[in-house]
Write a protein that binds this ligand. Structure first.
Ligand code: GLU
Length: 410
C-alpha cells in the first residue's frame, strides 16, 4: 500500500540483498563463506584516512560544488591522463556517489521514455533496473554458447533507431573477461559514428592479470571529448578497496556532464565532501597498495580456478581481470540438484552456507558468479564446501562451523 506500481516493478539489487542476508546469518552465528559480494577486505589506504581525518578535525564539512571539489576533479583529470592518456577539462568531469550513481545519472541524462539501451550479457545486475528506472527499455545481447563475450555482429544486429546507448563493462563483472582490442575498437568507432552513447563502465580497469592491459576506449576514439558520445565511468571502490566511501565519476562531453549536474543538483546536491577528500588522498598518495590488492586478487583467481577444476560438473573460463568468475554449473541441473541458477544458489546457501549470485541476475542462466575478493582462506573453504555438496564421491559428512552436516541429497 502506498508504493507506486512503478516502484514495485523494479527489483532489488541481488548483490546488495545477498550481502545483507550474509551479514544477518553471520550475526546469528552461522558459519558463512561469502563468495557473493565484490568487496575487497583491505583497510583503506592510509593517505585516504589521513586526508579525511584532517578535514574532519577541521570540522567544516560543507556542501561542495555539485560536480565535485575542484581539487578532487584535478586528481581525476590527472588519473585520466596517466591511465588513459587523455586530457579532459574540469567541465567534462562529474563526481558522484559511486560509479553506480554515475552510471545512473548518465542514463537519466540521455534517455527519454521508450529509448533502448543495449546490455551485453553477462551484464552487471543493476544495469537493467537502472534503464527501467529511466522509463527506457533494456535490450539484451547474449554471447554465443560457451563464450562469455558477445560478438560485435550480434551487438550491431540489436541496434534500432531507438538505441541511445550501449553499456560496456570490461573487465567484466560477472565473468572477469577483458574485451579484446578489436571489440572495444569496433564498439567505440561504431558508437561515435552513429551518435550512440558508449557508457564505458571501467570500474575494474586496473584489476587485470597476467600482464594484460584492458584496452582503453580513448585509444580508438577519433573525437574530442566534447564531440564524442563516449561516457567513461570509474571510481575508487575496486581499485583502492574503498567501497563504503561511495566515490565515482563520469567523464563525458560538457553537455552531458552539465545535464548530469543539473539532475544531481536536484537530488543529492553534491557528493559527500569528506569522501571526496578521502578519495583525493588515495589517488594522490602512494600507489603501492593498488598493486598489492591487484596481486592478491590475481593469486585468488589462480586458487579459485584450480579448486573449481576439482568440482564435478563445473567448468570455468579463466578470468583475465576483476575479482569474479562465472563458472558453468549446468551439469548440476542435469544431475537434478537444482533446476536453475537461483535454486542452486539458494541450495548452496542453505546446505553449506556459501553465498553465490545466480547467473540469471546477470542475464545468463546456467552459471553462478563467485567473488574471490575476500581472503584466500575464504575462497578455499567456499570451493571445498561447494565440492562436497556436489560430489557424490565425497564423504557423507562435513563439518561446517560448529555443526556436522550430513549429505542426504546425492
Ligand atoms: N559491484 C559489486 C558487486 O557486483 C558491489 C555490489 C553492488 O553494488 O552491486 O558485487
Amino acid at each position: 500500500m502506498g508504493v507506486s506500481q512503478f516502484a514495485r516493478s523494479i527489483s532489488e539489487s541481488p548483490t546488495m540483498a545477498l550481502n545483507e542476508q550474509a551479514r544477518m546469518l553471520r550475526e546469528q552465528g552461522e558459519s558463512i563463506v561469502h563468495l557473493g559480494i565484490g568487496e575487497p577486505q583491505n583497510k583503506a589506504p592510509q593517505a585516504a584516512i589521513d586526508t579525511a581525518a584532517s578535514a574532519l578535525a577541521g570540522g567544516k564539512i560543507k556542501y561542495t560544488p555539485t560536480t565535485g571539489i575542484p581539487s578532487f576533479k584535478k586528481a581525476v583529470i590527472r588519473y585520466t591522463e596517466e591511465n588513459y592518456g587523455r586530457t579532459v577539462s574540469p567541465k567534462s568531469v562529474i563526481v558522484c556517489a559511486g560509479a553506480k550513481q554515475a552510471i545512473f545519472n548518465a542514463l537519466w541524462a540521455i534517455l527519454d521514455p521508450g529509448d533502448e539501451v543495449i546490455l551485453l550479457a553477462p551484464y552487471w545486475v543493476s544495469y537493467p533496473e537502472m534503464v527501467k528506472m529511466c522509463r527506457a527499455v533494456p535490450v539484451v545481447v547474449t554471447p554465443a554458447d560457451g563464450t562469455l563475450t558477445p560478438s560485435f555482429d550480434r551487438i550491431e544486429r540489436a541496434v534500432t533507431p531507438r538505441t541511445r546507448a550501449i553499456i560496456v563493462n570490461s573487465p567484466n563483472n560477472p565473468s572477469g573477461m577483458v574485451f579484446s582490442r578489436d571489440l572495444v575498437g569496433e564498439l567505440v568507432r561504431f558508437c561515435e559514428e552513429r551518435g550512440i552513447h558508449a557508457i564505458m563502465d571501467d570500474i575494474y580497469h586496473k584489476l587485470v592479470f597476467d600482464g594484460v592491459k584492458a584496452p582503453s576506449c580513448y585509444e580508438f576514439s577519433t573525437r574530442d571529448t566534447n564531440a564524442s558520445s563516449l561516457i567513461v565511468v570509474n571510481g575508487i571502490a575496486k581499485t583502492y578497496g574503498m567501497t563504503g566511501f561511495r566515490i565515482g565519476w563520469a567523464i563525458a562531453s560538457q553537455e552531458i556532464v552539465s545535464a548530469m549536474g543539473t539532475l544531481q543538483s536536484q537530488t543529492t546536491s553534491c557528493t559527500s565532501s569528506l569522501c571526496q577528500l578521502a578519495a583525493q588522498g588515495a589517488m594522490l598518495g602512494p600507489q603501492d597498495e593498488v598493486e598489492g590488492l591487484r596481486k592478491s586478487m590475481e593469486h585468488n583467481r589462480d586458487v579459485i580456478v584450480a579448486e573449481l577444476a576439482k568440482v564435478p560438473g563445473v567448468s570455468v573460463i579463466k578470468p583475465a581481470g576483476t575479482f569474479y568468475c562465472l563458472p558453468d554449473f549446468s551439469g548440476c541441473f542435469k544431475a537434478g540438484i537444482a533446476k536453475d541458477s537461483f535454486e542452486l544458489a539458494m541450495f548452496l546457501l542453505s546446505k553449506v552456507r556459501v553465498v553465490t549470485v545466480p547467473g540469471r541476475d546477470f542475464g545468463l542462466e546456467g552459471y553462478l558468479r563467485l567473488s574471490y575478493a575476500g581472503s584466500t582462506a575464504e575462497v578455499l573453504e567456499g570451493i571445498d564446501r561447494i565440492r562436497w555438496a556436489l560430489d557424490p564421491a565425497a564423504p557423507k559428512e562435513m563439518r561446517i562451523g560448529e555443526k556436522t552436516v550430513v549429505r542426504d541429497w546425492l
